[in-house]
Design a binder for this molecule. Sequence first.
Ligand code: NAD
Length: 352
Amino acid sequence: MKTPSALAMVPFVSVDHMMKLVHSIGLERVLSDLATYIEQDFLRWDLFDKTPRVASHSAEGVIELMPTSDGEVYGFKYVNGHPKNTRDGLQTVTAFGLLANVSNGYPVLLSEMTILTALRTAAMSALAAKHLAPKGATTMAMIGNGAQCEFQATAFKAVCGIDTVRLFDVDAAATKKAARNLADSGLKVISCTSPEEAVAGATIITTCTADKQYATILTDNMVGSGVHINAIGGDCPGKTELHKDILLRSEIFVEYPPQTRIEGEIQQLAPDHPVTELWQVFSGQTKGRKSDRQITLFDSVGFAVEDFSALRYVRDQLTHSGLFLELDMLADPDDPRDLFGMVRRAAPAVAA
Ligand code: NAD
């Protein structure tokens, strides 16, 4: 039987490879590199095919496909969001993704993206904050201490230079876990017993909770002037974290308005409420923070271009890291039109 040609073999980066990759490069370096890759792609925003992600909702959660292309490479991510999963010992968010050549449609990378999503979400948050948070911000409140939490804290240290994180979660065990994981991170870690205590003295507030309904993690009186809010957890229709009054006092920055209007905090506002697209800030076309007293809000939902950037980064590490398997994923007959013949020739020999 013919062995698959190199073209037909698709590099696959497993969860184990991804963890080894993070350790071989260093977590903070990976987060900084991902922020750079995302910024590069946001600077060529016009090139990308853009569409709100395709979401399949159920009572328990959502399953989504997130496609995009820059004209040369196509990518998509499969991702779910099931807030009740942790009760059954499962992740709220799991994901995998793929890159393909636009010229022939052949996949060139398949990768786990559960870890990569946490990395890219943290990198994107920190990148937005680099442009929006008050200069010299050193303290971040981190509300919601689940799977994304430590990645967020580490990215803000690596990209924005924070030195203190104030943790709060309704589940004290989650805060304990995050404090333990961040103990040797170089951050000063303060565990708090209420969201009010967590935001005290913080110039950056990250909300990263999971609930399949409108929730009010932050009320208006908890947010003082000059704060930057990084709202990650509200990322589905009917799933938000901030009181509407906070939105009305904030300058709101988004990834891709047609998707954020459906999924973000701004689903609580009029459909024409003004928002600023982050690519315009990164490119210098629009100013980010305009005054010390302004409240800036990154209404994060996670957009396909960020996953594309993350997969592009992983692909660029393949050759020197060697951290991948080759998957026999594409049929490769000698004569491209003789697919049937290839299957026929693969029949097990019949015993005489
Ligand atoms: P997770 O389930 O691991 O953690 C969520 C944490 O929030 C839990 O520890 C829970 O106890 C806590 N929590 C729930 N309600 C709370 C409240 N009222 N106050 C304080 N804490 C509360 O989930 P995760 O993987 O960390 O993801 C968190 C959220 O971020 C999810 O909603 C997910 O969909 C979203 N997310 C967004 C992006 C993005 O790009 N914007 C990317 C990944 C995940």
